[in-house]
Design a protein around this ligand. Structure first.
Ligand SMILES: Cc1ncc(COP(=O)(O)O)c(C=O)c1O
Length: 392
């Protein structure tokens, strides 16, 4: 009987998603903090700043009026109009609000994209190093994530050659790219994005562009795939540039024929919370405030690159955007899980092993998130430098 109950409660194979190593770091950091230690947090990829004041004010006003209903599954029309205006103002392209669906963060959008675009067994390419939930979610949905390694020589950007080489071995149904990328921060040029999209289209590979770090670039502005084609899926979010991780709002720009299927899938969860959608719409009026936050990231990035280089941590991927540095730590420790653990215990700085992002080469890398305060980043450089000197 005991065994039968036990079997009844077993989780399914597809629900057996690997844990984030970053969470172990966070748990260890929390234990140290409860013992009185001050920890500098550079492990989790979330802004340390709250949502724009405009967003908070709009949410407060909506609460006053008791506005908290279900909304249309596609999202409130005025928010979809505002997102469409963003494409016109920022990217100079027309995106019909009818092709926009508001989602529960970009994470919700990935579920909708994968379900509406792929069948179980379909092979979908993702670049590594890359954001781990892409591959875990594909696996959970019965698809096969195909990990294509990217290299320093190509600035960790997925090339048409690498994509087509993989497609020739076993055909791919889709490809997902992010620019700026997590964990490297590297960005694709407009030409590189266009070439990759053309190669995918000619080979019959469906294209998904994760643009969650748009707005956070430190040189040339990121190109949206929506500027280049209407036959692809673009995913974006209010989590990063707008500092609204916990509000859980994102969006998709869809080809016309996917709008209804995605709407039907989205309606299974009814809608994104109305309050969050109201706040998100007002967030677009808070860009000056968010641009000032971005300037602190820019300072942090400069400070860390200079400080880390002096400390010998000079093998860092070109960080064009987002708020991450992906550093090769192999000259200090062949195992970055151990490096991150000791850095936490001995320098009180929490960062993440690259193994989360790249099961093949990630053991050589650590990802540092620099979305914290500039004072914390300065302190992190001091602590890490002293620690590396002590290690010899
Ligand atoms: C590349 C990338 N895509 C998507 C997400 C998910 O973000 P959200 O669901 O908050 O929009 C993240 C979060 O860190 C990310 O780094």
């Amino acid at each position: 009987m005991k065994t039968a109950v036990h079997t009844l409660l077993n989780s399914s194979k597809r629900g057996d998603v690997p844990p984030f190593i970053a969470m172990d770091v966070m748990a260890a950091a929390a234990r140290m903090e409860s013992a009185g230690k001050r920890i500098i947090h550079m492990a989790l990829g979330q802004p340390a700043t709250p949502a724009p004041r405009t967003a908070i004010a709009a949410a407060k006003a909506a609460l006053e009026y008791g506005r908290s209903d279900y909304t249309s599954a596609r999202g409130i029309p005025s928010l979809r109009d505002r997102i469409s205006r963003y494409y016109r103002d920022t990217h100079g392209c027309d995106v019909d609000p009818e092709r926009i669906v508001v989602t529960t963060g970009s994470s919700g959008a990935f579920i909708l994209a994968f379900l509406s675009m792929f069948e179980p067994g379909d092979r979908v390419a993702v670049a590594i190093p890359g954001y781990p939930p892409y591959r875990h979610l594909l696996t959970a949905l019965g698809c096969e994530p195909v990990l294509i390694p990217t290299h320093t020589e190509t600035r960790h950007v997925l090339t048409p050659e690498a994509l087509l080489a993989s497609h020739r071995i076993t055909p791919l149904k889709g490809v997902l790219v992010a620019s700026p990328a997590n964990p490297t921060g590297t960005m694709m040029s407009r030409e590189a994005l266009q070439k990759l999209m053309d190669a995918a289209k000619n080979a019959g590979i469906r294209f998904i562009s994760d643009e969650i770090y748009h707005g956070l670039h430190y040189g040339v502005r990121a190109t949206s795939a929506a500027e280049l084609s209407g036959d692809i899926v673009v995913i974006n979010s209010f989590s990063k540039y707008f500092c609204m991780t916990g509000w859980r709002v994102g969006w998709m720009v869809l080809p016309e024929q996917l709008v209804r299927p995605v709407e039907r899938l989205q309606s299974l969860a009814i809608s994104v919370p109305m309050l969050s959608q109201i706040a998100a719409e007002a967030a677009f009026d808070g860009c000056d405030e968010m641009d000032a936050v971005k300037c602190t990231y820019e300072d942090n990035r400069r400070l860390l690159i200079e400080g880390f280089s002096k400390a010998g941590l000079d093998r860092i991927h070109p960080a064009d955007g987002a708020f991450y540095l992906y550093a090769d730590v192999s000259r200090f420790d062949a195992d970055s899980v151990n490096f991150a653990k000791r850095m936490l215990e001995e320098a009180n700085v929490a960062a993440t092993s690259g193994l989360d992002f790249d099961p093949v080469h990630g053991r050589a890398f650590v990802r540092f998130c620099y979305s914290g305060s500039t004072d914390d980043m300065r302190e992190a450089v001091v602590q890490i430098t002293k620690w590396l000197v002590r290690r010899g």
